[in-house]
Each structure stands twice: as structure tokens, then as C-alpha cells.
Design a protein around this ligand. Structure first.
Ligand code: AMP
Length: 220
């Protein structure tokens, strides 16, 4: 069975870090819509140029553009064997479109990473990413552990934009929890723990869900 995983949770919950590690250990691609957009901004493509101002304000890029990006990415051969989606869906309209894209494929496993608001603001205003490759920086470092690029604050991680992104999360993305919670494939984990513990919980949840799915009649 293909592991088709989506990670829900507010900005700063650690979705990107956890998604990356899980994807690496399972040999499937991590598909981060934020990374795809930041690459487009860096490369100066038309989508990148239009997305930049929206991202800098902490708002959401249109459903139409995002659904197009994800549809194209999930159609590639590597994603047919499974994927970890990070940062998508972010609206109920995106979730509905994703259900359409997934027709005929193995079911989605949905993991919600829960973290309190105070902890999120603290994390977001102190985190650094690599200016060259986009990797997350380790706290205290000034250069990237992966490519030696310079670590910088993300343009949308200053406190004003962080507050806006959290507001947008509550208004537009939190309804996704209700959308998915009713499914047998929904799980939530405590994202306020140290990263290694969060990863252990994520891996355990994924393994248990995959074992359940393998039973005849499960998840259908
Ligand atoms: P992230 O790295 O996931 O925090 O995404 C950074 C920014 O990219 C967000 O604040 C949005 O402006 C934009 N973005 C990423 N994914 C989506 C999405 N699924 N829908 C709309 N906007 C998105």
C-alpha cells in the first residue's frame, strides 16, 4: 500500500521537519507547497512573482494556483508510490480538490500536529532557514548543516506576519480538522514535545494506521 500522508497543523508546529524525516526514512517524496512557492520566488517565475507579495503578508495564495501545483506534482511517477504533503491542503476547497485527485488511489492518512499558540509564536520568531537550499537551521547555528549556506529569518517569520499567519490558519485551515476528523484515517499527535519524540509518535501512528489499512475492509 502506498503511504499517502498529509500533515495538518498551524505554522510552526514542526510539520516541515517531521514530514522531511518521515519521507526520507520511507523513501517517498516530501511535497511542501511552501517550499515549491519559495523556489518559484527564488527563480523569479510568474507564479513566484505573484505569490511573493501574498506570502510576505502572511496570506494564502489562491486555491486555483495551489491545486494546479499539487495536481501536477502528485501526477509524477515518484508520488504514485506514496508521498508526504506538507502545507497542503490549507482550505476546505483544497481538501475537496485533493479528494478528487486521490480518486482511485490508496486512502489519505491525515495527521494533525497539535501545538499551543504561545509556543508557536516563540518558535516562529526564532527559527532560521538556509538562504540557499531552504533547509531548517539548528538553533544557535549561523550556517546551513546541509549546504553551508547562510541561515536567515524567513521573510514571513517576523512577529507581525506570524500573528497574521496564525489568524489565517484559524480562519481558513483549522476547519480542515473537522473535515478530516470524521474519517477512520485521521490521527493527531502532540507537537509540543522535543522533535525526536514527535517523530517517534508520528512513525508509530503511521505504522499502526498502515497495519489497520492492510486488513480487509478497513478504511473503505
Ligand atoms: P509554509 O512554508 O507552508 O508556511 O508556506 C509559506 C506561505 O506559502 C504561506 O504563508 C502561504 O502564503 C503560501 N502557501 C503555502 N502553501 C499554501 C497553500 N496550500 N495554499 C495557499 N497558500 C499556501
Amino acid at each position: 500500500m502506498a503511504l499517502n500522508l498529509i500533515m495538518l497543523g498551524p505554522p510552526g508546529a514542526g510539520k516541515g521537519t517531521q514530514a522531511e524525516r518521515l519521507a526520507r526514512t520511507r523513501g517517498i517524496p516530501k511535497i511542501s507547497t511552501g517550499d515549491i512557492l519559495r523556489e518559484a520566488v527564488h527563480a523569479g517565475t510568474e507564479i513566484g512573482q505573484r505569490a511573493k507579495a501574498i506570502m510576505d503578508r502572511g496570506e494564502l495564495v489562491s486555491d486555483e494556483v495551489m491545486i494546479g501545483i499539487v495536481q501536477e506534482r502528485l501526477d509524477r511517477a515518484d508520488a504514485r508510490r506514496g508521498f508526504v504533503l506538507d502545507g497542503f491542503p490549507r482550505t476546505v476547497a483544497q481538501a475537496v480538490a485533493l479528494d478528487g485527485i486521490m480518486t482511485g488511489r490508496d486512502p489519505l492518512l491525515v495527521v494533525d500536529v497539535e501545538v499551543s499558540e504561545a509556543e508557536l509564536v516563540r518558535r516562529l520568531s526564532t527559527r532560521l532557514i538556509c538562504d540557499d537550499c531552504g533547509a531548517n537551521g539548528a538553533s544557535g547555528d549561523t550556517e546551513c548543516g546541509r549546504c553551508k549556506g547562510q541561515l536567515v529569518q524567513r521573510a514571513d517569520d517576523n512577529e507581525g506576519v506570524v500573528r497574521e499567519r496564525l489568524k489565517v490558519y484559524h480562519r481558513r485551515s483549522e476547519p480542515l480538522v473537522a473535515y478530516y476528523r470524521v474519517r477512520p484515517t485521521f490521527r493527531s499527535i502532540n507537537g509540543a514535545q522535543p522533535a525526536d519524540r514527535v517523530f517517534d509518535d508520528l512513525a508509530a501512528v503511521v505504522d499502526a494506521a498502515v497495519a489497520t489499512a492492510a486488513k480487509p475492509g478497513a478504511w473503505r
